[in-house]
Design a protein around this ligand. Structure first.
Ligand code: PEP
Length: 264
């Protein structure tokens, strides 16, 4: 292992609205088969996850048996566990289906489906209370970055998201992902220095708000991560892995990123 801190590293593939069922099955199987050799001796420090569409989660369950081998995430989750909420799927239903966790607050949900910081707070609260693993996404649009308001913007996203979260729910089950919107799917990556500065600000806020439990959460970077830029980003002190979009749709490139995160 080349990294020195004790935080878990995560590499999670967000497949978005891609892959038919037969393709999803093939990709899940390829990732599951290649995972152990990509992770190598870092098994206890590196976790690998995939986030297929809701319709393909069941196909991936056999490749993600209980234990830490491969983690299965939904790309979204409802803000209520059960009830008259047509079209929604709650955290307990995901756990019941063999899914480990969910991505919450992805910028595409905020942008295209008008999810607000308050919606995200309700989803986060419900998911953590139900015992779901969560990847909470935060990140600023280009105009906010250009106005140099990015730290204020992201800290405001955090303070709303965590407004009602009991401190006892700030555990390993919570992972954060900083994803500058201008870097998602654009081929533009934040420089390691830009990403690192934001991760440091996020970690500082989490520490001030929740003490050591907040400070020690894994913070992933997302935004055009590829095998070619993963090592440079991981060299930054506060970057604990990646949420990967485009490059996770191909098993070989995703596993290359996992190998880098594992220090090989
Ligand atoms: C994402 O969707 O979370 C993401 C980071 O996408 P991409 O890697 O394609 O920029």
């Amino acid at each position: 292992m080349t990294h020195t801190n004790e935080r878990l590293r995560w590499v999670i593939g967000n497949w978005k609205q891609n892959k038919l069922r037969f393709e999803a099955r093939e990709l899940a199987e390829a990732v599951a088969q290649g995972r152990a050799s990509a992770v190598g001796a870092a098994e206890d420090r590196v976790r690998v996850g995939i986030a297929p569409t809701f319709l393909c989660l069941d196909l991936a369950v056999p490749f993600a048996p209980p234990g830490d081998a491969l983690w299965l995430f939904a790309q979204n989750v409802g803000a209520q566990d059960f009830g008259a909420f047509t079209g929604e799927i709650g955290p307990t239903m995901l756990l019941d289906a063999g899914v480990n966790g969910a991505i919450i607050g992805h910028s595409e949900r905020r942008e295209h489906f008008w999810e607000t910081d308050e919606d995200i707070e309700r989803k986060l609260r419900c998911a953590l209370a139900a015992g779901l693993q969560v990847v909470l996404c935060i990140g600023e649009p280009l105009e906010i970055r250009e106005a140099e308001q990015h730290e204020t913007f992201v800290i405001s996203q955090l303070s709303t998201a965590f407004f009602n979260i009991p401190p006892e729910h700030i555990t390993e089950r919570l992972v954060l992902a900083y994803e500058p919107i201008w870097a998602i799917g654009t081929g533009k990556t934040a420089t390691p220095a830009e990403a690192s500065a934001m991760h440091h600000a996020i970690r500082t806020w989490m520490g001030e708000t929740f003490g050591a439990n907040g400070r020690d959460r894994s913070i992933l970077y997302g935004g055009s991560v590829k095998p070619a830029n993963a090592a440079a980003l991981l060299a930054a002190p506060d970057i604990d892995g990646f949420l990967v979009g485009g490059a996770s749709l191909d098993a070989a490139s995703f596993l290359d990123i996992v190998r880098t995160a594992a220090g090989g």
